[in-house]
Design a binder for this molecule. Structure first.
Ligand code: GLY
Length: 410
């Protein structure tokens, strides 16, 4: 077993008193708080490297993965000013084929990975100008993206609205089914020896300024060598840490719908189709099993996960402008989830200012895409001699938003 060096404790670390331990089993090397995609991949990769690993989550495999559409949209979701994140997104997209092959071999489960590409279209002159700019930006960065006129867009996807003015064909932006991916990761983690505690961690436990595990909501203490907080948006409000040491992660609500293409129905869409309508992203992700995922709103209203009439109305209205035929499809699910938004929309990975506490959270719109690279980066952190991030992830250190320390006078 390899153990990483842990950085020295800091004077600002918390000193919450420990609750009495109710467990006598030896403490794991790594305790991962959160059994979503990021927590599961971290645990799986850690266990593969020989670390005794436990995940604590009341319902592993759920969370945002249960809601997300699963677009692997490094190129079509490119934003100005996010070129560093683009590199990480591309590194993860590149890992996907081998990642799902490894998972599927180990578990016998299908992850729903589909190399279908994406078509991002414009519905009016403003959208067209925006997509033209995006295309110029993408090509300036050497990304593969092809401009198509409206007629060529409809040739690719005949059910698109006649008014589509043009679009970008991005052949490298694929999809995976996050629910299936989570199920495969859960089984892979179990097969690799990861233990699961199906309960809620209410706070990080600390002693002498060091994270020593977690306390469950029933008061049980789970001790661990190191604790990885990978609880999505919940990471930003876990107990036991003073406000200045809580991860700067906020909930960004996304409402999403699932429709079903009836068996025997003519092919609907052959690839992911998306647009920005009146400033909001709308996308349609067709799965091979006949599911059509229609997402997603982006709302900053705290911890609310209500599906609202307004959210559903906007999604259907915008998607109907894009592909009018959707209104004939059965609507099978309406859900809302919370993305873990960070101040720069990029993940927070690795060591924190609290000795023994690491983060793997803040993935915002890219959690599914970034799952493979996050697993690799966290495995490196947990097993390298210095506990540092590998070069490809170094820009995403968990402490990059920590308030600057005051220099003490000599
Ligand atoms: N990446 C898609 C979304 O967050 O809605």
């Amino acid at each position: 077993m390899t153990r990483s060096h842990t950085p020295p404790s800091t004077p600002s670390a918390p000193s919450t008193p420990s609750a009495p331990s109710a467990r006598t089993a030896p403490a794991p090397d790594v305790l991962v708080v959160g059994g979503g995609l990021i927590g599961l991949v971290t645990a799986w990769r850690a266990a593969q490297r020989g670390l005794r690993t436990t995940v604590v989550d009341p319902a592993p495999g759920g969370g945002a993965a249960h809601v997300a559409a699963g677009m692997l949209a490094a190129v079509t979701e490119l934003q100005y000013g996010e070129q560093t994140l683009l590199d990480l997104n591309l590194a993860s997209a590149q890992r996907y084929p081998a990642f799902v092959a490894e998972l599927e071999d180990l578990t016998g489960l299908d992850t729903g990975y589909r190399r279908c590409g994406t078509l991002a279209v414009a519905l009016d002159a403003d959208d067209r100008a925006h997509l033209r700019d995006l295309h110029a930006f993408q090509t300036s960065l050497g990304l593969e993206s092809h401009w198509l006129g409206g007629r060529d867009c409809r040739r690719l996807e005949p059910l698109l609205a006649p008014g589509v003015r043009g679009g970008l064909r991005v052949d490298g932006d694929h999809q995976v089914d996050p629910r299936r991916l989570a199920a495969a990761l859960l089984r892979a983690a179990e097969r690799t020896g990861v233990a699961f505690v199906r309960a809620t961690a209410s706070r990080i436990d600390t002693a002498a300024g060091r994270a020593t595990g977690v306390v469950l909501d029933d008061g049980t203490v789970l001790a661990a060598g190191r604790t990885v907080l990978a609880a999505g948006s919940e990471s930003g409000r876990i107990g036991g840490l003073p406000p200045e040491l809580l991860p700067p992660v906020r909930p960004v609500k996304g409402q999403i719908l699932r429709l079903r293409i009836p068996a025997g129905h003519a092919p609907f869409l052959s690839r992911t189709v998306r647009a920005v309508v009146r400033g909001s992203h709308v996308y349609l992700v067709p799965r091979e099993n006949g599911e059509l995922v229609l997402g997603a709103t982006s709302e900053e209203f705290g911890w609310d996960t209500t599906v609202t009439a307004g959210g559903v109305y906007e999604l259907l209205r915008d998607a109907h402008e894009l592909v009018p035929g959707i209104t004939e499809l059965p609507l099978t699910e309406m859900l809302a989830g919370l993305r873990p938004g960070s101040p720069d929309n990029a993940p927070l990975l690795g060591a924190t200012a609290v000795d023994g506490l690491l983060l793997a959270t803040g993935h915002h719109r890219n959690g599914v895409l970034l799952t493979p690279v996050t697993g690799d980066a966290m495995a490196e952190v947990l097993t390298s001699a210095d506990g540092g991030l590998p070069p490809y992830a170094r820009a995403f250190g968990a402490q990059r938003f920590a308030p600057a320390r005051q220099e003490q006078p000599a």
